[in-house]
Design a protein. Structure first.
Length: 290
């Protein structure tokens, strides 16, 4: 499953869902949480259940459910755990114990639907409460269902009582840059994909591109999107160039040809084991040719 672009789609809009399927995003997140008003959640849940089918498609189908303490989680899961669902996005996750709890809720519904064990994966939004930030190391070792971690600044700002999470230049302030970096480290520690957060101003193309490139540079492998126009930008930011792929293949091949050495020179530059690891990771993320 490719995880460069994760596009949010309100679960109460069949029109937006129909449009989103042709955008080219790697993952569609049908949202039952923030995008749907409280008095519309039951209807959104019922409608969404009919959209999940096992028909072949070139994108992954995830659903963002309501938080574990909302009283709505079980009803959400009953509606969406069926063949064709690829994963659940858990908001306001407070650590690895929440993943284990959610996994225990999913398992009997998955079995009843005739699905393979652990076929429904989990992505967590891992920094929306202060407690969650202190638990970022608890996702390792990763549960078999956990495939990705992302972070968020809006709910955390509300929890902290902040007047804004950005300065006068639109740059994230220190607490939110810190939780971004900790989420990246937590995902690496757990061995799952680190996904950069959304950029709310979809008209700010320059800012979106700059922060996307920075995210890729730092180690994130994909990004959340709230508007279809953001998907192509994400793919440009998180898809290796032909030159990068060619170099990665040369690095891997050079070490394969000389397995007893720890450092190899290519075009006047020295490459060692960390470079080999990076090259293998880049190549492993490419789509299968078959």
């Amino acid at each position: 499953m490719r995880m460069r672009s994760w596009l949010f789609v309100p679960a109460d809009s069949e029109r937006k869902f129909a449009k989103a399927q042709g955008i080219g995003a790697d993952v569609l997140i049908l949202d039952l949480e923030d995008s749907v008003a409280a008095d519309h959640k039951a209807a959104a849940r019922d409608g969404l259940s009919g959209w999940i089918t096992p028909e072949p498609r070139d994108w992954a189908f995830f659903v963002r459910i309501n938080p574990l303490d909302s009283g709505l989680t079980q009803d959400d899961l009953r509606a969406v755990i069926r063949p064709g669902l690829d994963g659940i996005v858990l908001p306001k996750a407070n650590g690895g114990a929440d993943v284990a709890h959610l996994a225990d809720m999913i398992a009997p519904l998955e079995q009843a639907a005739g699905m393979s064990a652990n076929s429904v994966k989990i992505m967590v939004i891992a920094t929306e409460t202060p407690a969650a930030v202190f638990a970022l190391g608890s996702y390792a070792p990763a549960h078999p269902r956990l495939v990705a971690m992302t972070w968020g600044a809006e709910d955390l700002a509300a929890e902290l009582g902040a007047t804004s999470n950005r300065d006068e230049n639109g740059i994230l302030t220190t607490p939110y840059r810190m939780v971004r970096d900790l989420c990246l480290l937590g995902a690496a520690h757990a061995g799952v994909a680190a996904i950069e957060t959304l950029h709310a101003d979809f008209r700010d193309t320059d800012g979106f591109q700059q922060t996307g490139r920075a995210a890729r540079r730092d180690g994130f492998v994909g990004r959340l999107a709230i508007h279809p126009a953001q998907v192509d930008v994400i793919h440009a930011d998180f898809t290796p160039t032909d030159a990068q792929i060619a170099l990665a293949r040369r690095v891997v091949q050079a070490f394969a040809d000389q397995p007893d050495v720890g450092t190899i020179g290519i075009d006047g530059k020295m490459y060692d084991m960390p470079h080999l690891k990076q090259a293998k990771r880049l190549l492993a993320g490419l789509p299968s040719s078959g």
